[in-house]
Design a protein around this ligand. Structure first.
Ligand SMILES: NC(=O)c1ccc[n+]([C@@H]2O[C@H](COP(=O)([O-])OP(=O)(O)OC[C@H]3O[C@@H](n4cnc5c(N)ncnc54)[C@H](OP(=O)(O)O)[C@@H]3O)[C@@H](O)[C@H]2O)c1
Length: 288
């Protein structure tokens, strides 16, 4: 059996949907069954477990062979995913697939606590005795959903990058498409780190996609990392999240999201990665 932890989130829901479209019936492990039904539909197979609840996880994972794990970023995410890994091992899971961060974001001494957490989980996977695969996507197009009020109400995208700075975004639906195929073929993917992105673009071009698809001008406003940090403080965001996003922006401006690698999507999924234009078309209602 295949299971997805984080199946109500961006990437996990895309992975579960892709598996269902390929004729599989994945077990979607979630903390909120009503949300899961809303996000995944009544036909989805759902089990409830908190990722911090070792006993519940172990019980839920009984009979699962291939497990996909993607959880939200938070200061405890490393420990939470190691808890999942230990429960998976105890329950007899054979293949553990994790969505991690970009290679420049993950490491034992990187600035972001989330990146250090990813590194700890990756190390634990390598030492676990389980077969494993790490997915390392580029910057998510879906991050743009956080800009929806600004796009809708002010016609603006505000980000801490120059307008022509090269960024190779990825749509989480591509990560889901790749993840589903990895889960279906452990022998081909065990022991691999798949680093992948969509095609290179920039934020001015992304804003142009919005203008064309929404039929009204959307302008791009590039700000400094310091200005973005001050704006997040004004909005009252938690300190750890501001620190994480500042670290990501600094790494991004040093090129962490600028290396295009579309090969894994082309070779494993068998099509070109989705474009920013396709992203805007698919999510048009959220920005209108
Ligand atoms: N954003 C980027 O550009 C980017 C780029 C590369 C890598 N990443 C990595 O991708 C991951 C985020 O992916 P995403 O955006 O797909 O995540 P997401 O949408 O935030 O989804 C997180 C999932 O984890 C579940 N979850 C969180 N806490 C839980 C708990 N205590 N018990 C059970 N389930 C719990 C959430 O459930 P609920 O729906 O109930 O909250 C949700 O299903 C992070 O690890 C991040 O570092 C992000």
């Amino acid at each position: 059996m295949i299971a997805v932890i984080g199946a109500t989130g961006n990437t996990g829901s895309a992975t579960a949907r892709e598996l269902m479209s390929l004729g599989e019936d994945p077990l979607c492990i979630v903390r909120d069954a009503a949300k899961a039904e809303r996000v995944l539909g009544a036909e989805a197979r759902i089990a409830v477990a908190e990722i911090t609840d070792r006993a519940a996880l172990e019980k839920t994972l009984s009979g699962v062979r291939n497990l996909f794990v993607v959880t939200g970023h938070n200061p405890q995410s490393g420990e939470q995913q190691i808890n999942i890994l230990e429960a998976a091992k105890a329950a007899g899971v054979e293949f553990f697939v994790k969505v991690s961060g970009g290679r420049d974001i993950v490491g034992p001494e990187v600035e972001s606590i989330v990146g250090r957490g990813h590194h700890a989980v990756e190390q634990a996977m390598r030492n676990s005795g389980l077969a494993w695969c790490i997915l390392s996507p580029g910057l998510f197009m879906q991050n743009m959903l956080a800009q929806a009020p600004s796009i809708r109400d002010d016609g603006k995208i505000v980000q801490p990058y120059a307008k022509d700075f090269p960024i190779a975004f990825i749509d989480v639906r591509d990560t889901g498409a790749l993840g589903a195929r990895v889960l279906l073929n452990p022998a081909q993917h065990a022991g691999k780190v798949h680093v992948f992105t969509g095609a290179t673009t920039n934020l001015e071009a992304f804003a142009n996609d919005f203008s064309e698809v929404l039929g009204k001008p959307i302008s791009y406003v590039g700000v400094t990392v310091e200005q973005a940090e001050a704006a997040m403080k004004t909005r009252g965001m938690p300190d750890w999240l501001i620190a994480h996003l500042v670290a990501i922006s600094r790494a991004g401006n040093a090129g962490a999201f600028s290396n295009e690698n579309i090969r894994p999507i082309v070779d494993i999924v068998g099509r070109e990665p989705l474009t920013t234009r396709e992203f805007v078309e698919a999510y048009k209602d959220a920005f209108s």
